[in-house]
Write a protein that binds this ligand. Sequence first.
Ligand code: HEM
Length: 361
Amino acid sequence: MDNDKNRPGYRLALFATLLAVVVVLLGAYTRLTHAGLGCPDWPGCYGFIGVPQSEAQLAHAEANFPHAPVEAEKGWNEMVHRYFAGTLGLLILGLAVHALRRRGQDGQPLKLPLLLLGVVIAQAAFGMWTVTLQLWPQVVTAHLLGGFTTLSLLLLLCLRLSNAYPPLELPARLRRWAVLGLALVIGQIALGGWVSSNYAAVACVDLPTCHGQWWPAMDFANGFHLTQHIGPNYLGGQLDSDARTAIHMTHRLGALAVTLVLLGLAWQLRGAGLPRLAGLLLAALCLQVGLGISNVIFHLPLPVAVAHNGGGALLLLVLVSVNYRVRSPAVSVEASSAREMAGSGGSRAELAPTAMTPHGK
Ligand code: HEM
């Protein structure tokens, strides 16, 4: 098995992962500058490949989209996000083609790149619906989750291709903590997307209380009415104050739960001889909580809000790495056996759990 980072496809996967980080941040920037509807159509912008500029283009835009006057800056924010996302889509297509060509070769994942391709195609559709359904919060949140999923799967592909971290023999309890931590972080990211897409960031401006109360008036039924109808335009939000307060407070309580579980996970990692991973987890958690609190205290400054989105992505990537690092050797053996039984040519060497060092790093 190629046992290093020269494996074909690794560099492309790494580049795609870095690009995905940029695309996620650009997406947050687009939304936070209220540029999500900077181009009222998709995939073009007022029917053009760029934002209309010449007199003729502007006249064409006005005639065809009378309810959406051209705002060049917002249009460019949206289009730059689309160009970068489009490039990422092509790279992922390249990774899938590459995996198909090398299928059956040692250590070459196939299902993962194909899954990535499926996710990125779905992401393009959600990007389109974000515009055509006028920032419907359900779609905006799903689009955010899709972006984070793409990023996580790309990191996983890099880890698989690099072949750098063989499974370790670790207590099953640690794996359960890692899975719980990952599940809670995913839930908290979904809640964060719900906060931002419903414009509930400044529903509470004091902290730790909200409107001076520990348990302010909240309307959970409307705040989490997931089948709400598709309204005319969700820019700026449609919910009343109590519903937004419910969403905001749920994200705060979610942060508390995430913090407690990740502290426990860091403790377990340290006990299992993985102190660097524990330190990385704690650093990502502190950064994210600090940015979240700054969002509230400083009333959502643009750089902090974008950084909080990036911090959420970083925390998720750390959790994906932790789960990969503590995966069970038995799972790897099973996966290899399955590949071999399917006749895809997995080697005998793959069947042996490579390095089951009790406290390896
Ligand atoms: C503990 C882990 C946390 C995670 C993983 C997390 C994740 C996220 C994510 C992914 C978003 C959506 C960002 C976007 O759409 O661009 C968000 C929004 C937000 N979060 Fe957090 N968050 C965490 C903690 C906190 C804390 C402790 C607070 C404050 C007490 C907070 C306050 C906010 C606010 C105000 C928003 C809305 C920002 C906006 O409208 O862009 N978060 N969070």
